[in-house]
Design a protein around this ligand. Structure first.
Ligand code: URA
Length: 212
């Protein structure tokens, strides 16, 4: 498993405003959108392309276009939805599949409550969107789901990660050669006893959409 922690002043600046408890939902959503766009640049570094011949107004030349089958972007509901638009702006031709996962606040175990994904993901590159990599349970469950359906490789984009969660994901797939990459805006200090990332930003879903 590869992990890439973004080290960029603009990402640090936007994450700092995002973390601030006084940042309202409107600004929060806007910042999430901008951050995904910046992280997507790194996350799509290995997206498959193929050579094509085109005619410019001046001459014939060879360029590159995204290959088929199209990549699949998979936001994890609810908070991953806030990252979808920013990702699709960068890769508008991708397909989108949805995975609804919720974690039990006591056991911290993740379970799937909704899925809208192609049954067959053979040869598809999958981009999972989940703002907070906390215990790692949600990502492990989502990755297994996609691997069972034949995904070719998986890249997760997480705004903030906890070292404990990254370790859980690493261990879960240490016995396979399956290509997994995590691209994150920041590696925080730790998880607290409630499974929240410290310093983190609180509950990403609540901050995006209000408390339900
Ligand atoms: N999910 C969140 O929204 N925030 C955390 O800190 C951990 C999990």
């Amino acid at each position: 498993m590869k992990i890439h922690v973004a080290n960029h002043p603009l990402i640090s600046h936007k994450l700092t405003v995002l973390r601030d408890k006084n940042t309202n939902s409107q600004v929060f959503r806007h910042l999430v959108d901008e951050l995904v766009t910046l992280l997507a640049y790194e996350a799509t570094r290995e997206v498959k392309i193929e050579s094509v011949s085109i005619q410019t107004p001046v001459t014939e030349t060879t360029g590159s276009l995204l290959s088929l089958p199209k990549p699949v972007v998979v936001p994890i509901l609810r908070a991953g939805l806030g990252m979808l638009e920013g990702m699709m702006r960068v890769m508008p031709s991708a397909d989108v599949g949805f995975l609804g996962m919720v974690r039990d606040e006591e056991t911290l175990q993740a379970s799937t409550y909704a899925n809208r994904l192609p049954e067959d993901l053979s040869g598809r590159q999958c981009y999972v969107l989940d703002p907070m990599l906390a215990t790692g349970g949600t990502l492990v469950a989502a990755f297994n789901y996609l691997i069972e359906r034949g995904a070719q490789d998986i890249t997760a984009i997480c705004l903030i990660s906890a070292p404990e969660g990254v370790e859980v994901v690493k261990q879960a797939f240490s016995h396979t050669q399956f290509p997994i990459t995590i691209v994150t805006g920041a590696m925080d200090e730790k998880l607290n006893e409630h499974g929240y990332i410290v310093p983190g930003l609180g509950d990403a879903g609540d901050r995006l959409y209000g408390v339900v």
